[in-house]
Design a binder for this molecule. Structure first.
Ligand code: GLU
Length: 423
């Protein structure tokens, strides 16, 4: 097995591999299984020709990686962002494998990405990129093969285009090929809020553990996209005090707490800049907000926010990872030494893929559940997974992150052994 330290702290694939390695070693995973689970099962790069509105022909680069399909079809989002790399998609695909295993839902792990800046493309251009990307991957996708979902820079409209393109190719409407769709096209109640709701359920479990009260719990949330804004809304509604908020352009810290519905209206209703919110607070950068005092810090934006350089500045008791990979692997030890209770990404943000699973089940049955039913089942899954991870950490004397990885790797390795290696 390769050894730490990492060559490049900011390469998320290396971070993912280092964590896998530490957990696999602790688990005593046999060498062959280690090799099999360390690398992606399949990966593809597609070059997507797209006619821009200007009449100029551009070629975009897209990826799809299947990390594992041992426990079920590949599952994972598609990211549209200017800085997407194959290594990043590989890391995110492996995190999906572990996340689905932690939540014990019958999926493997996959991820996709297209290098593009969705903020600079028209709706028509985005639709053409999405449709051509889907057409190139027709043989990869399918309800039994690989089921995409939204991620950074994509949304339910993107999923509707993928569903339509796939359906046109296979000549029948196949709603279960993607999740995170609009409700009237086979989407699930509660899917949009699901990741934020899972974050809240995890925070509730942590509070119960430490006998803390919501009303006296200060929360900082970095990121105001789908995950961050939904988490802020639900936590605020539940009685938590949201004292720090941030979007990509900047952050605000206010000891008195924010009126989150007003803030959501400011950003989403009036399309104004978050850091110019009138009932504001102290302005700072989006990264700086993570290091202000609070009981809970929720990084819910992008990777590599907490690093070996800045982790010592955290002033929180609980770190709940709404984003994928917000801490580098090299920051883990520092966070650990500070005694911070970490709810690792593959547990904390598993609410999204859990309701994706419910959506897939509903599509395949053609029978749809109420929002109440979805939320109750989600609560069961996250609470159960949380307790399993914490129990595992106590039994094996490891931190929550290592415990979550060990639990997940054990489940996938077990399924792999039961299936056997086809040769
Ligand atoms: N993109 C989300 C994640 O990283 C959701 C994936 C899904 O629902 O398949 O967990």
């Amino acid at each position: 097995m390769a050894t730490l330290p990492l060559q490049d702290e900011f390469n998320v694939y290396e971070s993912a591999a280092a964590r896998f390695e530490a957990a696999a070693r602790k688990l005593g995973l046999e060498e062959g299984l280690y090799r099999f689970l360390k690398y992606p099962a399949k990966e593809i790069t597609v070059y997507i020709p797209v006619m821009l509105d200007s009449g100029h022909l551009e070629v975009f680069i897209g990826y799809r990686v299947h990390h594992s399909i041992v426990r079920g079809p590949g599952k994972g989002g598609i990211r549209f962002a200017p800085n997407v790399t194959l290594d990043e998609v590989r890391a995110l695909a492996s995190w999906m494998t572990w996340k689905c295993a932690v939540a014990n839902i019958p999926f493997g792990g996959a991820k996709g990405g297209v290098i593009c800046d969705p903020t600079k493309l028209s709706r028509g251009e985005l639709e053409r990129i999405t449709r051509r990307y889907t057409a190139e991957l027709i043989e990869w996708f399918g309800p039994e093969r690989d089921v995409p979902a939204p991620d950074l820079g994509t949304n339910e409209q993107t999923m509707a285009w993928i569903m339509d393109t796939y359906s046109m190719h296979v000549r029948h409407t196949t709603t279960a090929v993607v999740t995170g769709k609009p409700i009237d096209l086979g989407g699930s109640q509660g899917r949009q809020e699901a990741t934020g709701r899972g974050v809240m359920i995890s925070c509730d479990r942590a509070l119960a553990r430490f006998r803390m009260q919501r009303l006296s719990t200060r929360v900082i949330i970095q990121g105001f996209g789908n995950v961050g804004s939904m988490a802020a809304k639900l936590l605020h509604h539940a009685g938590y005090k949201i004292v720090g908020v941030a979007d990509i352009h900047g952050a605000l810290y206010n000891e008195n707490g924010f009126d989150v519905p007003e803030l959501i209206d400011w950003v989403y209703g009036q399309h104004k800049v978050l850091s110019e919110f009138p009932a504001g607070g102290a302005k700072m950068t989006a990264n700086e907000i993570l290091f202000q005092p609070a009981e809970i810090v929720i990084p819910a934006a992008v990777e590599n926010q907490i690093t070996s350089e800045n982790a010592h500045r955290l002033q929180t008791r609980i770190l709940c990872e709404g984003a994928n990979g917000p801490c580098t692997a090299m920051a883990d030890e520092i966070v650990d030494r500070k005694g911070i209770f970490v709810i690792p990404d593959i547990l904390a943000n598993a609410g999204g893929v859990t309701v994706s699973y419910f959506e897939w089940v509903q599509d395949r049955q053609g029978f749809f559940w109420s929002e109440k039913e979805v939320n109750e089942r989600l609560k069961d899954v996250i609470e159960h997974s949380f307790e399993e991870v914490v129990r595992y950490s106590e039994t094996h004397g490891v931190n929550n992150r290592v415990a979550a990885y060990m639990l997940a790797i054990d489940r996938v390795a077990f399924a792999l052994k039961e299936r056997g290696i086809y040769a």
